[in-house]
Design a protein around this ligand. Structure first.
Ligand SMILES: [Ca+2]
Ligand SMILES: [Ca+2]
Ligand SMILES: [Ca+2]
Length: 268
């Protein structure tokens, strides 16, 4: 039987569209979304978030056994200690076959670079660390204020699945990088910026070190106050960005006690 070439092409295209694109990617990703509670007409409908459900997923012997990514010694002479996760992706409502990125209730509405333009900005970065996007388009984040436009890359490649390489000059000391995502379109209907999300490397920060820098002091207490009495702590928000220090699902006196026990302890 002769199958017209146009039929074959359309079948291939359908297979391509139906393929579980990144559903099985073994590496962690921070997933950009909005409306975290998934419910319409609540305060967070237009607020962006960076989903943390995969943060540190592969770092420990069991899920969340540790709160850091180990950096591994590489063959490269500069920034020798490296790991290739977490990357970035965005929730979407078009393709149900893409596993964890399919979430119609929390996906941004419309098209990238038309209805929204999400910039991922580095707001804090420890000395001796950088984040490199090795694939097209290449870029390096090496200081606070550096950013990249995730929506631009999604529009360019028709794929929002980015892998990042985190590279440091040593594999022992605490290293960290903090991101937030905001919509740079100057539109009345603009999305609100996300809360900051921090990833740490090599070792876990002390309990209560919420604005990560290796010591627990006033900025950490202020951040704890921000999450105080939250009962929404879960792996999806990295236990309220570690404010729920004992990971029991609530931010309360038990977590304050852990923060207080490390108060102004100098880093090792
Ligand atoms: Ca909502
Ligand atoms: Ca701190
Ligand atoms: Ca707690």
């Amino acid at each position: 039987m002769k199958v017209p070439i146009i039929t074959l092409l359309s079948m291939s295209f359908a297979l391509f569209l139906g393929a579980p694109a990144q559903a099985d990617c073994p590496l962690d990703h921070l997933i950009i979304g909005c409306n975290r509670d998934g419910i319409e007409d609540t305060a967070d409908d237009k607020q962006l978030f960076l989903g943390c459900s995969q943060k540190y997923r592969h770092s420990g012997e069991t899920e969340y056994a540790r709160w850091f990514y180990p950096l591994n010694k590489s063959i490269f002479p500069g920034y020798r200690y490296r790991i290739g996760e977490p990357g970035f992706d965005v929730l979407q409502s078009a393709n149900p076959h893409t596993g964890y990125t399919y979430d119609p209730n929390r996906a941004p509405i419309g098209a990238p670079m038309v209805d929204y333009s999400f910039v991922v900005e580095c707001v804090a970065l420890s000395p001796g660390l950088r984040a490199v996007h090795k694939n097209y388009p290449q870029f390096t984040i090496s200081e606070a204020g550096d950013d990249f436009c995730h929506s631009d890359i999604l529009d360019l490649r028709n794929d929002g699945h980015l892998h990042m390489s985190y590279q440091a000059t040593d594999g022992n000391d605490l290293r960290w990088i903090t991101f937030r995502v905001y919509d740079e379109l100057e539109d009345e209907d603009v999305y609100e910026p996300s809360e900051p999300v921090t990833i740490v490397f090599n070792v876990a920060p002390p309990a209560g070190d919420l604005v990560v820098d290796g010591t627990v002091d006033v900025p950490d207490l202020t951040r704890l106050a921000h999450h105080w009495l939250a009962e929404t702590s879960s792996p999806k928000n990295d236990y309220c960005e570690r404010a729920d220090a004992n990971r029991d699902g609530a931010v309360n006196m038990l977590d304050f006690a852990l923060l207080a026990s490390n108060w102004r302890t100098p880093p090792d």
